[in-house]
Design a protein around this ligand. Structure first.
Ligand SMILES: N[C@@H](CCC(=O)N[C@@H](CS)C(=O)NCC(=O)O)C(=O)O
Length: 230
């Protein structure tokens, strides 16, 4: 049976940009399972699967519904143990929590600085209003004021990626020879930036850029095929 992943979308419902949804999607692809995306706009999230969750991703696998990207990865690992592992054991599972937290605290704020307005512009009018209200309350200023404070040269993102660069100089993936869920935690954040900005902020010829490219090519180029903002 085809797994369904409810994913956040833009005005163009093929623009699927959420970092957390990308983590779930890469995890399902890693397991080699058939899946389909169910696009959901911001204003539709609260009604997904009868309003069970206020966040996406939400995944349906037959009769089972799971919310939250890490819970989805854990479910997939437990349910499909013969498919390639997302964690390589309990230690890897524990370490991926570090990379989830690191991506959220080190990379996500940089994506916000670079692409807050791009995210806003990619949404349908109803969702723009929802997004603006929620984010401006959180930021304590308008989206435009926030955007104007931050240069768009990628230097600050580069600094946030220094530890990943050092790691990937010596190994192909965070997981070693092949990716694990920890890789997808970092990848999801950078794919969010790539899709919403339509720009390539990663410095060419770096280990991070090579790693990101190889993940875009994986699983039949799934992550490269999706549309990005113009
Ligand atoms: N820890 C959750 C975070 C999920 C999350 O924050 N999802 C965002 C999309 S990236 C969302 O659904 N936001 C809805 C909203 O802001 O109303 C996960 O990893 O799944």
């Amino acid at each position: 049976m085809t797994i369904q992943i409810y994913e956040l979308c833009g005005a163009n419902t093929d623009l699927l940009f959420s970092p957390h949804c990308w983590k779930a999607r890469m995890a399902v692809a890693h397991k080699g399972l058939p899946w389909q995306a169910v696009p959901v706009p911001f204003t539709g999230v609260a009604t997904v699967e009868g309003g069970e969750s206020r966040r996406v991703p939400v995944m349906r696998d037959g009769d089972t519904v799971i919310e939250e990207s890490y819970a989805i990865a854990q479910y997939l690992e437990a349910t499909y143990p013969d498919a390639p592992s997302l964690f390589n054991g309990k230690g890897g599972e524990a370490l991926s929590i570090h990379f989830i937290n690191w991506a959220q605290t080190a990379i996500h704020p940089e994506v916000a600085k670079l692409a807050m307005l791009d995210i806003y512009k990619s949404l349908a009018p109803k969702d723009q209003e929802f997004f603006r209200t929620g984010r401006e309350k959180m930021l304590g200023c308008t989206l435009e004021e926030f955007d104007a404070k931050h240069p768009k040269n990628g230097d600050s993102l580069g600094k946030a990626l220094v530890s990943l660069e050092l790691t990937l100089k010596n190994q192909k993936f965070i997981g070693g020879e092949s990716p694990l869920f920890a890789d997808y935690a970092a990848f999801g954040a950078l794919q969010w930036l790539r899709i919403c900005s339509g720009k390539d902020y990663l410095v060419k010829d770096t280990a991070v850029a090579a790693w990101f490219d190889s993940l875009l090519d994986m699983y039949d180029g799934m992550a490269r095929k999706g549309i990005v903002a113009a």
